[in-house]
Design a protein around this ligand. Structure first.
Ligand code: SF4
Length: 343
């Protein structure tokens, strides 16, 4: 149990478990000093819609909450990026979790920004200076999968944090969390993850927006030449043996097979978008960083390709010459980096 002088912060993932945990803490009058949500910039659209709803609910009950983001600073000669997806496109790679190297994508884009925020939070600084810890609430539920995750981590000692998993303490399952959210009169949050996470199930893609599907195709197409150990965002093709569902290693192959995007549009993205991105990067790299066009700007062009042009018609992609002309005429403008374009 936390000591009375330990501040209590909840890491809110905006999914069912952590939302139910926070509701119970608040409505049962347990101490909760702050709620933090780390935004990778690539959450699903339903999660982005739910976040302000729940943050309003918290504020109405006097619980402060904040969205934190990782702030990249070193771009070398690349266009500046502000989200995990833009980071992947810059480096022509996939999230680290796809390669089975643990979730360093989550450590960098979720854990680290919360940690950074905490290091500047006066109650945490005061607690640490008197040798106390900050209690961090994590929304692991009492499901078999989460209990395993909890068992893997529970013995890790951190001099600054005491990790508490109230749902495990209470024995709450996912179903109980759903009931708790309903009892509070709130809408049910849907699964929260980056739209391109390996954890996304094939069926989930059927509810994706066209933008989200196009981003997946783009990320896989951009990374493809450098992939050696995996085929795509789902790692490798599984044939459905030993109880595992069959699925291709590439989400793009599933999107194509299920007709979630027209084949011509997928072909167009694969053939043209990564090349154009490289040319954009080459042109942008010659511009001083303070004025350099951003990845968000290139993605705005990619998105406008979807909105104002049909597949097959050549869009603003203009190759090196086209980008040079566009950038030199400020045709795409220099957008403030603090306003990333949401895809
Ligand atoms: S949701 Fe998946 S891709 Fe996104 S940060 Fe977490 S592990 Fe990485």
């Amino acid at each position: 149990m936390p000591q009375p002088d330990q501040p209590v912060v909840a890491a809110w993932g905006a999914g069912t478990d952590s939302t139910a945990l926070i509701i119970e803490m608040v409505e049962s009058g347990q101490r909760l000093d702050y709620v933090l949500h780390a935004d990778t910039g690539d959450e699903r659209s339903h999660t982005r819609a739910f976040i302000p709803v729940f943050m309003d609910w918290l504020r109405q009950r006097g619980v402060p909450c904040e969205i934190v983001r990782y702030q990249p600073t070193r771009f070398k000669n690349h266009p500046p990026y502000q989200s995990l997806g833009e980071n992947l496109l810059t480096n022509a790679t996939l999230p680290s979790i796809t390669f089975g190297r643990g979730s360093t994508c989550a450590l960098k884009w979720k854990v680290a920004p919360q940690d950074k925020w905490m290091r500047g939070w006066p109650p945490a600084i005061a607690a640490w200076s008197r040798g106390a810890k900050v209690t961090k609430l994590i929304g692991y539920s009492a499901s078999p999968r989460d209990l395993k995750r909890y068992a893997d981590q529970k013995d890790l000692e951190d001099p600054r944090y005491e990790i508490r998993t109230p749902l495990v303490e209470w024995g709450w399952t996912r179903e109980m969390c759903v009931e708790r959210i309903a009892a509070a009169g709130l809408p049910q949050p849907k699964k929260s993850s980056c739209a391109f996470c390996v954890a996304v199930a094939p069926q989930e893609l059927h509810a994706y927006t066209r933008r989200e599907l196009r981003m997946i195709v783009l990320i896989e197409a951009r990374a493809r030449p450098r992939l050696r150990t995996v085929e795509g965002l789902w790692r490798t093709t599984t044939k459905g043996a030993r109880g595992k569902p069959a699925r291709p290693g590439r989400m793009t192959d599933y999107i194509r097979a299920e007709g979630l995007l027209p084949a011509a549009e997928i072909d167009d993205i694969e053939a043209n978008a990564p090349l154009d991105l490289i040319r954009f990067r080459d042109v942008a790299g010659d511009i001083p960083e303070a004025l350099r066009p951003t990845m968000a700007q290139w993605l705005a062009v990619f998105a406008s390709d979807e909105e104002v042009r049909g597949p097959g018609e050549r869009p603003l992609y203009g190759g090196r010459e086209g980008w040079t002309t566009l950038i030199s005429h400020q045709a795409v403008g220099v957008r403030a980096r603090s306003t990333p374009i949401q895809l």
